[in-house]
Design a protein around this ligand. Structure first.
Ligand code: SF4
Ligand code: SF4
Length: 390
C-alpha cells in the first residue's frame, strides 16, 4: 500500500483520530490543536515525560547534527537542556565524538540518543560499538533505526539488533526516526509498541492537521515522541545580504515554529538544530513563552513565503517522477544547503544516491509530471539541487 500522509490515508490505515486533528483549518495545523496541557515548569525550563521510557526531558532538546562548536553543546547542558541527539552518520561519522567530548563531564545527568542507518543486525551492532566508543559512554538512552519511511524497513533483523543491545545494557530504549512515510511507520509502531519506545518524527507547522492526530495516536500507545525538523527547513540560517533573505527571514518565525511544536502535549521533546549561542538563547525562550496570536500570524506569513520552497514530506508525489527521482529526499538535501547552510551535508546525501538517479537532469524534461499540492516548484528546486550537488 502506498503511504501518503493525507487525512484519507490516515483514516484508511485505521488509526484513531481526535476530532480536533481533523478539524478544518485556515492553514495547515495552526489552529484546531488540542488544548495543551502545561509542561512542568522549573527555573526557565519546561519538562515532559518521554512516554513509557519515564525519562523527564526538557521540551527543548538539542539536535547536534550540524553543530560544529562544542561550546554551544556545553552551554546548553549548563543551562539545563537534558536531551541531545546525534547519529552514527552525521558529519561524516565525526559528530558523535564531538558530542561525547562536550557532554562527558555531565553524561550521567543527561540523555543521549543516536541512530544507525545499518541494513542488517550485525552491521547495526557494529555501528553501536563505534557509537559508544565515539561518544565515550557505555550506553545510549535511545538508539534509533535511522530514517525509516516504510514498514518493510523495520525488519526482524534490525529489531533483533535492538533487542540484543537492550539485553546487553548498551541501549536503554529502542527508537525509529522518520522523515516521510509517517502514517505507515506510525501504524507499525503502534502494532509493535511492545518493542518500540520512542518515535523521532519530522513534525512542524506546515503539515496537514491530520499529522497532529497521528502523533497523538502514537503517544497514546505509550511511545515517547520527539519532534525534529520543527523549523520547517531551518531558514533561520539565511542572513541579511543573502539572496534568500528577503523571501525567508522574518524575525521571530523560528521561535514561533518551535513554540508551535511544544504546544502539542503529545510532543515530549524537540531537537532543533543549534549552531550558535544566539540560536541557543532563542530556543531557551520557547520553554517559558507560550504560543500566542502573534506567533500564529508569523507562522501563517512564513508558510506563505516558504510554500514554493519547503517540502512537507507528505509523500503525495512518491513514484510520480518517471525517471525515478526520490523527490522528497532530494528536496530535503537541498534544504540542508539552502535552509541550514550545510552545503556539505546536502552534497554528501545527494552523492549517496544511485548513479542513475544522480545523473538525471530535470532541465532535460520538457514536461514535469510531479505536481505538489502545496506549491513546491519541484522541477525548479530539483534542478537547483542537481546544479549544486552533482
Ligand atoms: S514535494 Fe509536495 S507533494 Fe512531494 S512530498 Fe513534498 S510536499 Fe509532498
Ligand atoms: S522534471 Fe525532474 S522531477 Fe519532473 S519528471 Fe522530469 S526528472 Fe522527474
Amino acid at each position: 500500500m502506498k503511504d501518503k500522509s493525507s487525512r484519507r490515508d490516515f483514516l484508511a490505515l485505521g488509526l484513531a483520530f481526535p476530532a480536533s486533528a481533523v478539524a478544518s483549518t485556515s492553514f495547515s495545523g495552526l489552529t484546531g490543536a488540542p488544548a495543551p496541557k502545561p509542561a512542568l515548569q522549573s527555573g526557565g525550563l519546561s519538562y515532559r515525560v518521554l512516554g513509557k521510557t519515564g525519562m523527564k526531558v526538557t521540551t527543548v532538546g538539542f539536535g547536534c547534527m550540524i553543530t560544529s562548536d562544542p561550546s554551544v553543546i556545553e552551554k546548553a547542558a549548563d543551562l539545563g537542556i537534558n536531551y541531545f541527539d546525534t547519529a552514527r552518520g552525521y558529519q561524516g561519522g565525526n559528530n558523535e565524538r564531538m558530542v561525547g567530548a562536550a557532554l562527558k563531564a555531565r553524561r550521567n545527568s543527561l540523555f543521549v540518543s543516536t541512530k544507525t542507518g545499518a541494513g542488517t543486525k550485525q552491521e547495526a551492532l557494529d555501528h553501536l560499538e563505534t557509537s559508544l566508543r565515539e561518544l565515550g559512554t557505555d550506553h545510549v538512552d535511545v538508539w534509533h533505526l535511522h530514517g525509516k519511511g516504510r514498514a518493510s524497513q523495520l525488519t526482524d533483523d534490525l529489531m533483533e539488533a535492538q533487542r540484543v543491545a537492550k539485553q546487553q545494557g548498551k541501549i536503554r530504549f529502542c527508537g525509529v526516526s522518520t522523515h516521510n512515510g509517517h502514517a505507515e511507520i506510525a501504524k507499525t509502531l503502534i502494532e509493535k509498541k511492545d518493542h518500540f519506545d520512542v518515535w523521532l518524527v519530522s513534525y512542524n507547522f506546515t503539515m496537514e492537521p491530520a499529522m497532529q492526530g497521528l502523533v497523538e495516536s502514537v503517544a497514546k500507545a505509550g511511545l515517547g515522541v520527539v519532534a525534529m525538523k520543527v523549523m520547517a527547513g531551518g531558514f533561520r540560517r539565511v542572513r541579511q545580504g543573502d539572496k534568500l533573505f528577503d523571501t525567508l527571514k522574518r524575525e521571530g518565525a523560528m521561535l514561533a515554529a518551535l513554540k508551535w511544536a511544544i504546544k502539542d502535549p503529545n510532543v515530549h521533546t524537540t531537537i532543533p538544530s543549534i549552531t550558535d549561542m544566539e540560536q541557543l538563547e532563542e530556543n531557551m525562550r520557547a520553554m517559558t513563552s507560550p504560543f500566542g496570536k502573534s506567533d500564529e500570524t508569523l507562522l501563517a506569513a512564513q508558510l506563505e513565503r516558504i510554500g514554493p520552497l519547503y517540502c512537507r514530506m507528505c509523500g503525495q508525489c512518491d513514484a510520480k517522477c518517471p525517471k525515478g527521482l526520490p523527490v522528497a529526499d532530494m528536496l530535503r538535501y537541498l534544504s540542508y544547503a539552502d535552509g541550514y547552510g550545510q552545503y556539505g551535508l546536502g552534497r554528501e546525501s545527494f552523492l549517496a544516491l544511485p548513479a542513475e538517479i544522480r545523473d538525471v537532469r530535470c532541465g532535460d524534461c520538457t514536461y514535469c509530471s510531479v505536481r505538489c499540492p502545496y506549491g513546491v516548484k519541484v522541477a525548479e528546486r530539483l534542478a537547483r539541487a542537481q546544479d549544486l550537488f552533482a
